[in-house]
Design a protein around this ligand. Structure first.
Ligand SMILES: Nc1ncnc2c1ncn2[C@@H]1O[C@H](COP(=O)(O)OP(=O)(O)O)[C@@H](O)[C@H]1O
Ligand SMILES: [Mg+2]
Length: 362
């Protein structure tokens, strides 16, 4: 045993080292934020758990590296084992009328259909579930309930204790208006019907505890979003658009709808941005940069540009989200970044009101 290893490592010394490590987005140190749990010291071997505000934290590796370095520099430490856990904060808006154990609801909207709203909703939900978050996906698109097809689920399991049980696919709990109406039955929705349907999706469905509920909104009018906000305040909304002007005009209306309903806008995603040709050049089928310009002009974040990729369409027809079928593809990489960015933005907003992570939030 070397001289260094003989020194007694104390929990105080470990905590002092970790109090020098910053959480890059919350602008405070890991100890002040109450992010460190279960410090164990055996001789020179130190292990501890870092409790993140989201398991989808995009800066997890940076935090791990810096925490490891800081503790490794404590005299007597021979090895450092950094474990992770997460406690997703709720922004408090969730203390809505229904008092559901859903910590954050995120609406995915667009000005009109066919821009990839459901595709973005599905893949974001799957990415978040893959990180270990508890995720629900609510298909509230009464005009085109495509989520069951895209997630490859045909029907709901039998109801339990008088409640609907969501289907489950890729670790995501799925509920859709499509499960409740007959295939190819024309849907005519009046405002009160839509309102009660959406409310039932929240009250009569056994979601269990969720970190994130991703909601695929119907395009256009704000009826569904309004019903949602009256039942379960939304933590944020994301707008999906194509790059061309006509789609941007619609997207702007979507953005304004979120603002009117007091739903914080998390940002704009531009879909079908470009097609990469076999020689590596990019073809801007629908123009380019429109989503980014819209974001700039309206003062919201630009979350990412998703290329056109035929495998997206093939997979969604077969119930296979692209982040599952082609996780390494450029499309999936953008979707991965977008999902984690959304989770981070929600956490940062939720943490603004408090200055540490409570031991238990519910
Ligand atoms: N980036 C993309 N590349 C290729 N096809 C896409 C892409 N995004 C969406 N699609 C396809 O375009 C169609 C419309 O997308 P969808 O998500 O259903 O739009 P919305 O929900 O806005 O109506 C679907 O067939 C989908 O698979
Ligand atoms: Mg759709």
């Amino acid at each position: 045993m070397s001289e260094k290893e003989k020194e007694n490592v104390t929990e105080e010394a470990v905590m002092a080292a970790l109090s020098e490590v910053q959480e890059p987005e919350l602008h405070n140190d890991l100890v002040s934020l109450n992010m460190i749990r279960d410090v164990k010291i055996e001789g020179g071997e130190v292990s501890f758990t870092v409790v993140l505000t989201t398991p989808a934290c995009p800066l997890k590796h940076q935090i791990e590296r810096e925490a490891r370095q800081a503790v490794a520099a404590v005299p007597g430490v021979s090895s450092v084992n950094v474990l992770f856990d997460a406690n997703v904060p709720s922004d408090g808006r969730q203390r809505g009328l229904l008092q559901l154990p859903i910590r954050n609801a995120i609406a995915i909207g667009s000005g009109k259909g066919g821009v990839g709203k459901s595709t973005v909703a599905v893949n974001i939900a799957v990415v978040l579930a893959q990180t270990g978050a508890r995720v629900g996906l609510l298909d509230a698109d009464i005009y085109g309930p495509n989520i069951p097809t895209m997630m490859g689920v045909r029907q709901l399991p039998p109801p339990k204790d008088g409640k609907l049980v969501p289907a489950e696919a890729y670790g995501v709990k799925v509920m859709s208006i499509g499960f409740l109406v007959k295939y190819n039955q024309p849907l005519i929705w009046r405002g009160p019907m839509l309102h009660s349907a959406i409310r039932q999706f929240l009250t009569d469905v056994d979601w269990g505890e969720l970190d994130y509920l991703i909601v695929d909104l119907p395009p256009g009018t704000g009826d569904a979003a309004l019903s949602l906000t009256q039942s379960l305040p939304l933590s944020g909304g994301v707008i999906v658009t194509l790059p061309q002007q006509v789609s941007l005009d619609d997207a702007l209306r979507g953005l304004e709808m979120f603002k009117e309903l007091n739903i914080p806008v998390l940002g704009v995603v531009e879909n079908m941005s470009f097609l990469e040709l076999p020689d590596g050049t990019r073809m801007d089928i629908f123009g380019s940069g429109g989503g980014e310009r819209l974001a700039k002009r309206t003062g919201v974040a630009f979350l990412g540009a998703i290329p056109i990729d035929p495998t997206v369409r093939e997979g969604s027809d077969r119930g296979l989200p692209v982040v599952i079928s082609h996780p390494e593809s450029p499309v999936s990489q953008v979707l991965d970044i977008v999902a984690k960015d959304i989770a981070a933005k929600i956490s940062v907003a939720a943490m603004k009101g408090s200055n540490f992570i409570p031991i238990d939030l519910v």
